[in-house]
Design a binder for this molecule. Structure first.
Ligand code: ADP
Length: 482
């Protein structure tokens, strides 16, 4: 099982403040959702440790911001190399604490590492500007690190959500305190340990976990924290944004979505089914860009449903550490109850279960891959993110109807559409009210492209060359001439 081959410091997982393992009298348990086993006991930290961490970030900031971009790029490259070397061990602890299939965990380690590599390169591209002036002076714009950063991340991508924030922060010259989800802290501790080994100085990147609201209050309220960045639910994101108002921090928010996936009559059926599976069932349906509502045009409907149901009913479901699987458990019993609740509610409102719809025999947190037809607006799954392996099919007749259904939510993170008609392709891409659109593709996540939402899905963008801007301030310098 997990314990045998791992680097010992990955399993003794400890929070890190100022380069030292932090201790506490109380502990909390990390549980493997596939087996319900306790895999680690972690020091339970709170407000006092968050204060100590911010103080350590502030001390470290003086020297770190003064390093050259070249030096920071080299350290980030070392970190990238260490993450890549530890790929298998990182994937195993990730699957053990989060539940995703080991193949997906390996993919996430690569994805997480790609942000470190990307921002190692971008570290040297924080260019300024020289602006012509109408007066007897010159204007220069330089870009400087924003300062000490507070970050809070969720459990669904225990590695990638961390590097997507920490790598650009470090590249920019910021120091950072990260609070990962208490459900998946081990991957975060391992990444911080590797950063230290890579040469990131003590105090530049601290990781703490325990009392989330108490730590959150410090990271959002402390006057020495200049920037706060969060990935998680819209409800918590709104609360934390409010908390940041008293000290007017720079804020980045990556929040929930309710992604539509539209399949038109003129789509390529195989491509649409493949895209729907990638988008809907990755990470057991627990991603913020997962298709939540699948809208299929009437002429394609029956063929699409049949093909999708045939594929997913063959999924291998089980413990990701034992053999090859395509689907793991849900993260907690609350998550399980929400998924099952959405299915029961949909059936009460007239949905038909084509496949799945029940607990899977693999264990208490496993849900059968599910396809429902006859989905409509009255159902909870039309309004809320299901965050599980349930594909509800909404039937539509016209493009106008599909776009109005797709845009009828308060969130706007990702959307997907499948069509072979080039005019429709542009109309749909430009009309969808989201920050990201997948056309004939179920994937929108890569380190090279801006990731983020509009409407109530968030503020700011991560990844791409824009991702560095979130951690930089512009300063204009006005130079008088004699
Ligand atoms: P999810 O549904 O993905 O668990 P949450 O928004 O509940 O989304 O959690 C995302 C992160 O926010 C986690 O690290 C969690 O511990 C943290 N969190 C939740 N509530 C609070 C809070 N009141 N203050 C600070 N952090 C919080």
């Amino acid at each position: 099982t997990v314990t045998t081959s791992l680097r010992p410091n990955f399993l003794n997982g400890a929070p890190l403040i100022d380069g030292e393992a932090a201790r506490a009298k109380e502990t909390f348990e990390v549980i493997n959702p596939a087996t319900d086993e306790v895999i680690a006991n972690i020091p339970f930290l709170g407000a006092a440790e968050a204060e100590a961490s911010v103080a350590s970030n502030l001390r470290a900031y003086t020297d770190w911001r003064a390093t050259s971009a070249h030096e920071r790029a080299n350290i980030l490259r070392n970190w990238f190399a260490l993450i890549t070397d530890a790929r298998e061990d990182l994937a195993k602890i990730m699957t053990a604490e989060q539940g995703k299939p080991l193949g997906e965990a390996r993919g996430e380690v690569d994805y997480a590492a790609s942000f470190v590599q990307w921002f190692a390169e971008e570290a040297r591209r924080a260019y300024g500007e020289i602006i012509p002036s109408h007066q007897d002076r010159r204007i220069l714009v330089i870009r400087q690190p924003v300062g000490v950063v507070g970050a809070i991340t969720p459990w669904n991508f225990p590695a990638a959500m961390i590097t997507r924030k920490v790598a650009p922060a470090l590249a920019a010259g910021c120091t950072i305190t990260l609070k990962p989800s208490e459900l998946t802290p081990l991957t975060a501790f391992a990444l911080a340990q590797l950063a230290l080994e890579a040469g990131v100085p003590a105090g530049v990147f601290n990781v703490i976990a325990g009392d989330a609201p108490a730590i959150g209050s410090v990271l959002t309220g402390h006057p020495d924290v200049a920037k706060f960045t969060f990935t998680g639910s819209t409800a918590v994101g709104k609360t934390l944004t409010g908390q940041c108002a008293s000290t007017l921090k720079r804020v980045s928010m990556e929040l929930g979505g309710n992604a539509p996936l539209i399949v038109f009559d003129d789509a390529d059926l195989d491509q649409a089914v493949e895209g729907a599976i990638t988008s809907k069932f990755r990470n057991t349906g627990q991603t913020c860009v997962c298709a939540n509502r699948i809208l299929v045009q009437s002429g394609m409907h029956d063929r699409f449903v049949e093909a999708l149901a045939a594929k997913i009913s063959n999924f291998r479901v089980g413990n990701g550490l034992e053999g090859v699987t395509e689907q793991g458990p849900l993260i907690t019993s609350a998550a399980y109850d929400k998924v099952d609740g959405h299915v029961r509610d949909a059936v009460e409102h007239g949905a038909k279960i084509i496949t799945g719809g029940e607990r899977h025999e693999a264990g208490p947190l496993f849900y059968q891959p599910t396809v429902l037809t006859g989905a409509n607006d009255a159902m909870r799954l039309a309004e809320e993110e299901t965050f599980g392996p349930v594909a509800p099919i909404f039937k539509f007749k016209t493009e106008t109807e599909a776009l109005s259904l797709a845009n009828s939510t308060r969130t706007g993170l990702a959307a997907y559409a499948f069509t072979q008609d080039v005019d429709r392709f542009w109309r749909v891409a430009e009309s969808l009210e989201t920050g990201m659109v997948g056309l004939n593709s179920g994937l929108v996540s890569t380190e090279t492209a801006p990731f983020g939402g509009i409407k109530e899905s968030g503020l700011g963008r991560e990844g791409s060359h824009h991702g560095l801007d979130e951690f930089l301030e512009m300063k204009s310098i006005h130079v008088g001439l004699r």
